[in-house]
Ligand binder design. Structure first.
Ligand SMILES: CC1(C)[C@H]2CC[C@]1(C)[C@H](OC(=O)c1ccc(O)cc1)C2
Length: 228
């Protein structure tokens, strides 16, 4: 790993750590009641704070703010759901003391999300947790997901590739260093990104079904996912 690659990893990990989900959201999971309505409101608050965290993390990615402004928006809108699922997988994997995980899972299962989405969502979490990713790998994989050149409406693909490629290089080297017994570990990580894309489809259905039951979203969520 070169000096530059070490510096890049440090910047990405610091940004990933700097923007954490506010503890008050995690605390509320324990307090409030258990009605479907209460659960939906909690998940709305959680999703809104996660999107805010993702936007701040994205702005700290070296070079992102020098991209064409419309492309910056296209990348955020195109990757927010995937970045949110990656980050919430970390929440499930370790951030919260064990008791919370069961509570969060319970609330998600009783918030009006259809079973056909719940199953793939938790299968994804299990597969991510099973990888036992390091902090560097989580942060780099999230940045790589956000810097995906082939999102809808991205005009300057090349400029995005130029930012994503060095991240892929560093992640590949970090995987070799941190998982020497698993030569295919890097390929498995990238495979998770393919599974992530299927969740985006389910996520859109989830929003539509909530909207059909006239649930209200926050302005930020409406803006980033073009709802209402
Ligand atoms: C853990 C999750 C990633 C999983 C269940 C809650 C999440 C934060 C997310 O919720 C939303 O996207 C969402 C969108 C709009 C809304 O009003 C509420 C939640 C899906």
């Amino acid at each position: 790993i070169t000096k530059e690659q070490k510096a890049l990893t440090k910047v990405i990990v610091e940004a990933y750590n700097r923007h954490q989900i506010p503890q008050d959201v995690a605390k509320k999971l324990l307090q409030d009641q258990y009605s479907v309505e209460e659960n939906f409101l909690l998940l709305t608050e959680m999703a809104t704070s996660q999107v805010q965290v993702i936007v701040e993390f994205t702005k700290s990615i070296p070079g992102f703010l020098s991209l064409d402004h419309e492309d910056q928006i296209a990348l955020l809108k195109g990757s927010a759901v995937e970045a949110m699922f990656l980050r919430s997988a970390q929440v499930f994997s370790k951030k919260m003391p064990n008791g919370h995980n069961g509570i969060l899972e319970e609330r998600i299962r009783k918030s009006g999300i259809s079973e056909e989405f719940i199953t793939p969502m938790f299968n994804f979490y299990k597969s991510i947790i099973g990888l036992h990713m390091s902090l560097e790998e989580q942060a780099l994989l999230t940045a790589i997901t956000i810097l995906t050149p082939d999102r809808p409406y991205v005009k300057d693909h090349q400029a995005v590739e130029k930012l994503q490629e060095p991240m892929l290089d560093v992640l590949r080297k970090v995987c070799v260093l941190q998982h020497p017994q698993e030569p295919q570990y890097f390929a498995r990580l990238l495979g998770r990104l393919t599974e992530l894309r299927t969740l985006t489809h389910y996520h859109a259905e989830m929003l539509t079904s909530w909207r059909m039951n006239d649930h209200k979203f926050t302005p930020l969520l409406c803006e980033i996912w073009d709802v209402q």
